[in-house]
Design a binder for this molecule. Sequence first.
Ligand SMILES: *Cc1c(COP(=O)(O)O)cnc(C)c1O
Length: 365
Amino acid sequence: MNVNDYINRLVRPEVRQLTAYHVPDPGKMIKLDAMENPYALPEELRADLSKHLKNVAINRYPDPSAAKVVDTIKTTMNIPDELGVLLGNGSDELILLIMLALAGKGKSILAPTPTFVMYKISALTTGYDFIDVPLADDFSLNMPQMIDTINKNNPAIIFLAHPNNPTGNNFSKNEMIEIIETAKGVVVIDEAYFPFADYSFLNEVDNYDNVLLLRTVSKMGMAGLRLGFLVAKPEWIEQIDKVRLPYNINVLTQITIDFVLNNKDILDQQTKQICLDRELLKNELVKIDDLVVFPSQANFLLFKVPKGMATDLFEHLKSDGILIKNMTSNGGMLVDCLRVTVGASLENNLFIKSMNDFFNVTHCP
Ligand SMILES: *Cc1c(COP(=O)(O)O)cnc(C)c1O
């Protein structure tokens, strides 16, 4: 027997059929593929942070509940007092923990698609059936089909990414409420992009017994720290906390998050700049006749190119040293679509220049 015989016999088919989440090596390219904040912290703050980190006891386990970080998040992010907070190693980990806490034979998870791919990957690895309901043509919720599918399949968990990745739009609040009120399972509202959006569901969470709200600091400038948090009624936090591995938030992350959030005005300024630059970038893209640019409440823009051109454009940008995300192979509504993260203004300008070169836009002399 060789290794593949063991694997075929022992690894579940759902897992064998998956392809691991692929992240390309950016090398020295301008990175506009992963919704990162392009800005570093100011030099003085970094110097100050290094003083804090110098004294960290890395020989000791971290505070298992990261109580100080929880407190700082509650105050700096205006979390309503009645709600609890659970920290995860990225919100990716919390997605998995919610699934683990509710897992069971014959259960299903529902999400409108296209959406964040980890919902499906983690659902299949934790033994759920994954049900997707395609979004409407304008990427809004297809309500008749959502409600019908909820009533027929009674999913244990529904994921709504709000704003949605990779489409960039927010869903209608009334429609989300209708889903929450129809569902017998929990509805997870994933607000990874809340800093860039017009409205949040945060102040509604306490009105519903089946809503869990996910957030992360990744898209607001701390992707390297891996910290996400779940906001929900304390009863939910208590249950999901039981499946969390001890010490999931390492000591360097705890110290750094606390330090950066206590200087949150810097991140808020960066966020404001990113939102302004998103509009500038959008204005430049809509000048290219061949493109459809979708509305965005996030720190990225999704756009559609003429049939069959996505991969050529992607490679052209790469040859100019710019890495974005080619979505066309995802199929369905994402055929011919690419997603670009809003970078710093110099990066956005280089991206626009390369786009214009590709589409041969002639500028008036
Ligand atoms: C990026 C992203 C996440 C993952 O965030 P991490 O905290 O970095 O794990 C979750 N949900 C959505 C919709 C995202 O786009």
